[in-house]
Design a protein around this ligand. Sequence first.
Ligand code: GLY
Length: 584
Amino acid sequence: MTINKYLSSDEIRDSFLNYFVKKKHITHPSSSLIPANDPTLLLTNSGMAQFKSYFSGESKPPKPRITTSQKCFRSTDIDEVGDNTHLTLFEMLGNFSFGDYFKEEACKWGLELLINEFGLEENRIFATVHSDDSEAKKIWLNLGMPEHKIFSFDDNWWGPAGLEGPCGPCSELHYYTGDLLPNDYKSASKNKSWGPNVSDEFLELYNLVFTQFYHHLDGRKTELPKKNIDTGMGLERLTSVIQQVDSCYDTDLFTEIIEKIENLSGIQWKKSKSSDKAIIIIAEHVRSATFLIGDGVIPENTGRGYILRRIIRRAMRYGMTLKIKAPFMGLIAEEVIRKMGHHYSELIENKPFILKVLEVEETKFSSTLQQGNTLLKTLIKDRNLIQEKFDQINKNLIKIISKENFKDKELFDLFEKSKIGPESLISNLINKAIDLEKHIAKEKNDQLKLLIKNITKLNWKNNISGFEVAYLYDTLGFPAEVTSEIAEESNLKIDLDEFNNIMEKLKLRAKSSSQFKGDLSLQRLFEEMGISETTFQGHNNLKTDSLVIGILKNDKPTKKANSGDEIKIILNQTPFYPEGGGQV
Ligand code: GLY
């Protein structure tokens, strides 16, 4: 594979923009990663996102031709980051026509740009088109592309970005990196597993969208008033092709960032597969976090803030595997800002804020990470032991719940006595789960039976249960994704369904507790005392005779009380209406 010239990533970005300026486009700055006025989109995910209203005709663009380098974030790929190809944050180079030029110019310029400006071998450039788009196919043929290098697909379609917006059929340019010679392409193309989209030897570089439709929130598609062009080409991938390296992490976009991680960890890039994975995750996530914070996103438990929190925490956890001393992210973020700040000036303007937010989040999560990590490692080490304990008690458990009117206390005691998990953690977690179930379930005993039956069936040896994942998350703030990754390193799976189930129940309880101020430990105490409920008489009488059916002293049951003692009494019936704050 030969490329006619070496270009730095800065030169590639500039060349792209300048090429389209020569074609009468104006350059437009990247918009923020936080989409303006678009509630259907969490983070800007494409070059066209900031131009939706120009495409739809709602507002008028400053010029009908615009070109940009847009920062984009795609959160669907967070867990994939760590290999050679995935990124969450990338720069999208794009040229746009709002009711001006259409397919013919877009295709012609796209091909010319790749060959003449970027020096790619024409032989290696292939195209895909939408199966119904004979017009696009004809254009490629006219531009000299042989028919066997044009592949048709039903799903060559792009958009909308978010739940509604412009969209249309697309045509992509792919780059072939394999060893076949052009003379062999024709016969190779007869093989269904060779070609763009189906074999790894082809890299999708440039996506040309022929934006003709508007996809509405209700699923309807209508024709746009004018035909438009929306294109996207990821700078990172293009740079890796032009610089002839294996991945975007080997391009100059990441050189200084990775060098910084090498310095901090004392571990060299390309030394081992596992340390490379950690280096990639740290490099990529700190870069994304720097951009997100630069645009005003701060770590939170929902929405964009949660995405930011997730990537910061994931990077920290991999920092720990490389034994990098926290807080370290600010030091890497400074490299990101040095490398990218000249094009994205908000990084320089907001540098103190970016560094502060990273430091605060890192410091906050640091002890949690240590604590959670140590606990999880112990839980992983103890899998066989935990399974053995369950094997021992499962018969008793089934016996208890097969009784018509079993006492919860028997269950509680059994778990407590069995001391399952490090410092009985699992026993305690299951007892908490029983409490939770009783608090929110309607058919209390049936639900409890189901819960216990499920527990007896769990494969504790090969799985980390939902109870453990929920504890790590809810009590220690240790994200489920991190638990899953650590578990996977020991070939264990986490029970995500049960985790989600428990989180739902915790939410329900939080809701009902805030309404009723229920106190679980008190409720359990009443049950142990054999007290079920106090009958309300106030609808009919404001006076009733009652029996004292329980006495509590310091919240412990007692049989008698002496004059002057401060106690609580429980009555079998009462006309008092239990209102928050108490009745006068
Ligand atoms: N809007 C075109 C793309 O993102 O590929």
